[in-house]
Design a protein around this ligand. Structure first.
Ligand code: C5P
Length: 223
């Protein structure tokens, strides 16, 4: 079974998806980490992020591996490096690159083929897995989302002003929503969950309940 969780940055998707996958015994696929890894690779190799063919070549050339929460590029662990403010900021060039999106969506489908997966991103329910059995779209109040991002940076030792995060977040949301391919939007059959006033455990329990109900119905139909 494929469970997709899409939504804007800071809506709590990653933590919810990770915990939901653990509760269900499913694999967790963090597709944002893939865009981040390509961004990190280009910054590291000084590939101009605005040179779309060069970035697409790099994405195809690099060996990207995901192992639960760990991310490897050409066998080097980049799990921590891909969370920097610089990578977060520059990932927009990679996310807007159609050839890279196509390549990463193919990779996402290969990684999920024949498996039980909770996959998290922007376009998982709409583009990557339109046939997914269970789709969620997580939203949250913009200030709460920025505060979450700020504490993520603080945990890494990076102090970033809330106003700066909010400004980047707003422009990132707009770019995500207006992108020609893989735009951030709920699939028509997605369940929208507002995480603003709920703790993580409550959100995960709600998602788990819906997934288990779908699994039960699918089981009954198959019986
Ligand atoms: O979710 P996260 O902040 O890790 O995403 C990193 C970058 O990848 C962002 O720029 C986001 O817009 C992009 N992204 C995307 N499609 C996905 C997942 C993330 O364009 N499925």
């Amino acid at each position: 079974m494929i469970v997709t969780i899409d939504g804007p940055a800071g809506a709590g998707k990653s933590s919810a998806a990770r915990q939901l996958a653990a509760r269900l015994g499913f694999r967790f696929l963090d597709t944002g980490a893939m865009y981040r890894a390509v961004t990190w690779y280009c910054l590291d190799r000084q590939i101009n992020l605005q040179d779309e063919p060069a970035v697409a070549d790099a994405a195809r050339r690099m060996h990207l591996a995901l192992d639960a929460d760990r991310v490897f590029v050409d066998e080097v662990e980049v799990s921590h490096a891909i969370r920097s403010a610089a990578v977060t900021h520059d990932s927009r060039f990679v996310a807007g690159n159609y050839a890279v999106r196509k390549h990463l969506v193919d990779l996402q489908r290969r990684l999920a083929a024949g498996k039980d997966v909770v996959t998290e991103g922007r376009d998982q329910g709409t583009v990557a897995f339109p046939q997914a059995e269970c789709k969620f779209f997580l939203i949250a109040d913009p200030t709460q989302r920025a505060l979450r991002r700020q504490s993520d940076y603080a945990a890494r030792g990076e102090q970033v002003a809330l106003e700066e995060i909010l400004a980047h977040q707003t422009s990132r949301d707009q770019r995500d929503e207006l992108r020609e391919y893989g735009a951030l939007k709920p699939a028509p059959d997605a369940v929208t969950v507002d995480t603003s006033d709920h703790d993580l455990a409550g959100v995960v329990s709600r998602l788990e309940q819906i997934v288990r109900e779908r699994m039960r119905c699918a089981g009954e139909r198959g019986a």
